[in-house]
Design a protein around this ligand. Sequence first.
Ligand SMILES: [Zn+2]
Length: 85
Amino acid sequence: MFEERLLALEAEVAELQQNVRDLFGAVLNRHDKNRERRDGERVMHKITCSQCGDQNATLPFSPVPGREYFCKRCHKNRLSPSDSL
Ligand SMILES: [Zn+2]
């Protein structure tokens, strides 16, 4: 009798463990994806700076056609226009 109850409890625990594993798996998968995106091979996309025409400017993301992009220096200048003094 006791054994039966124990078996039922074990089955319940096993099910719970599976649920927890599934949950953690989902969380870990998401975490891995984020980490992959952050630390994984950084694909740099070459662009031409719309301001100074630097053709060696790169973007850490794929450029959208038709949009203006700037090299690091011009981008910084645009963010802090106080340099133009
Ligand atoms: Zn530039």
